[in-house]
Design a protein around this ligand. Structure first.
Ligand code: FAD
Length: 499
């Protein structure tokens, strides 16, 4: 039973040494770390979703750069690995940090000694109440998207981050109007040069997938009668975030034939969303459309154009999921609304730690690192938070982990391998930097950011095989002035040069 291994106190409040909230990568990694380090103490993972995320096929690509897949698994798999770890599907409703107590939507209470909050983030939605606007976050919303896409002829995608990039590339058989606020696509991840390199892929037919989805997928079993009782609507929305390849294994095909059909509208956002009725009755000067009456919904962009479409996908970033924890507690928040944590992943509230998308890194960052709400950082933070909690319990010192020395991210955009290192977009360097570029159309794009002769960051698109060498050069901050542009000379084997 659930109370096994846990002392029960009055009011059916369960006493547990460690409670972790959130079954995403950060929470699962943290809970695993604690369960393996304190084998005779109980760890409870409280999560709103029926499945948990686990890291598989972990590969260290270089000293810090890592790559892995993520699988959704039933919680029993996790519990099978750690006898002292219990996963409880129950959404947290409130936190009374002074009493060290959590209360869930289904009226359970947990008393903790140490708590780690890993509740992730939710998509910023243009308009929460408009049924024509869809956000993509978890398996359920991805399935809803797929269903609606299957009968769609035109969609409008708003946003310029990783999700929008992937979505626009993956959708076939449906016209896509892509509204980006910047001068180039993918601004969150790279510069206009890289965008120019990638844009032609949108005009090509997508290559056939070589392999079927290698990732095991589990379907959510129907909720047993009564199990969902007491769940408010808010909890229904709180699945964990999908990660890379979220579209793998689901076909993203619209109602029409053909591959890509993408129109990019640069430097604009949505001015207003109108119904068919509103467009038909729009006065002169208001939004006008030559095909008024044909589409279920119309979008007027800030550049003055109006598009009718079947639905709108909002992929404009995320907001940390802090809401259930704030009331009555003194959490300091970061500028981006996350729970501010210090270099030990400790929030400003006693015995409460946080990791992953929900937190804002509040320590003085290394000159080569920045927080971005991505898989890798969710894993690194969850793992490190587990170690910090352990250090606090054991009264041992602990230093900020080496992985926070250098920002690294490996992903895939438009079917190209993409590696981002350090200040890959010269973030925070002002004018004080120079760029080296090497680009072979359709093959590779390499950009190096140098400051005072030192490599500060790099963007590697394609099979460049340069990630390990460049990671080294960034970490050791060697003076590269003498090499000048030869650094990217394709006739020089740079690996031999520096190894
Ligand atoms: P999450 O994975 O969001 O997990 C949060 C957990 O908290 C969930 O289990 C949820 O059920 C639970 N929870 C929430 N509220 C409560 C509550 N009140 N009580 C109990 N439990 C609660 N990153 C990449 O690196 N590469 C990508 O290609 C990429 N693609 C993405 C595509 C999409 C569509 C999305 C949405 C995100 C993508 N990301 C990507 C970002 C990445 O998924 C997140 O950074 C990462 O999953 C964050 O992990 P987390 O553990 O902090 O939070």
């Amino acid at each position: 039973s659930e109370s096994e291994g846990m002392a029960c106190s009055t009011n059916s409040e369960k006493r547990v040494k460690f409670v972790v909230v959130g079954g995403g990568i950060a929470g699962v990694t943290c809970a695993e770390q604690l369960a393996s380090q304190f084998t005779s103490d109980s760890v409870v993972l409280l999560t709103a979703a029926p499945l948990v995320k686990t890291v598989t096929n972990y590969k260290r690509v270089a000293k810090i750069l890592e790559d892995f897949d993520v699988e959704e698994q039933p919680s029993t798999v996790l519990e099978g690995k750690y006898p002292n770890l219990k996963v409880i599907q129950s959404a947290v409703k409130t936190l009374q940090a002074e009493e060290h107590t959590l209360h869930t939507e289904d009226e359970r209470s947990f008393h903790y000694e140490k708590l780690c909050l890993c509740s992730g983030a939710k998509p910023k939605l243009l308009n929460r109440n408009n049924p024509h606007v869809l956000g993509i976050r978890d398996t359920d919303s991805a399935q809803e998207f797929q269903k609606r896409l299957s009968t769609a002829r035109r969609i409008v995608v708003v946003g310029n981050g990783g999700i929008a990039l992937e979505l626009v590339y993956e959708v076939e058989g449906c016209e896509v109007i892509w509204a980006v606020k910047d001068e180039a696509i993918g601004n969150t991840f790279f510069d206009a040069g890289a965008a120019q390199f990638l844009i032609p892929s949108l005009a090509l037919d997508k290559p056939e997938r070589a392999m079927p989805c290698k990732r095991a997928r589990y379907t959510t079993e129907p909720v047993a009668d009564g199990a969902a009782a007491g769940m408010s609507e808010a909890t229904v929305e709180t699945g964990s975030a999908l990660g890379p390849d979220w579209h793998e294994g689901i076909s993203l095909r619209g109602a029409e034939k053909g591959s890509h059909n993408v129109t990019v509208e640069y430097q604009c956002g949505i001015k207003q969303i109108c119904t068919q009725q509103e467009i038909l009755q729009s006065p002169p000067g208001g939004p006008q459309s030559s095909d008024a009456g044909t589409w279920p919904v119309y979008v007027q962009l800030t550049n003055g154009k109006t598009y009718g479409c079947d639905f709108i996908v909002s992929a404009t970033g995320v907001v940390p999921n802090t809401e259930p924890f704030l009331h009555g507690n003194n959490f300091e928040l970061g500028a981006d609304g996350g729970l501010l944590v210090d270099e030990h992943m400790h929030t400003t509230v006693l015995d409460v730690f946080a990791a992953g998308d929900v937190c804002s890194a509040g320590w003085e960052p290394s000159p080569l690192w920045q927080q971005m709400r991505l898989w890798t950082q969710a894993r690194q933070m969850g793992w490190y938070a587990g170690r910090c909690i352990a250090a606090e319990v054991l009264e041992e010192p602990i230093e900020l982990d080496f992985c926070f020395e250098l920002f690294t991210h490996i992903t895939k955009f438009f079917n190209y391998k993409v590696v981002l290192l350090g200040k890959f977009n010269a973030q925070g360097l002002g004018q004080d930097h120079e760029l080296l570029l090497r680009c072979t159309k359709g093959h590779e794009y390499i950009k190096v950011v140098l400051s005072n002769g030192r490599m500060m960051g790099a963007v590697l698109i394609g099979q460049t095989e340069l990630e390990e060498t460049f990671e080294n050069l960034i970490l050791n901050q060697m003076d590269l002035s003498a090499y000048g542009e030869h650094l990217l000379d394709p006739n020089i084997d740079i690996e031999d040069y520096f190894d």
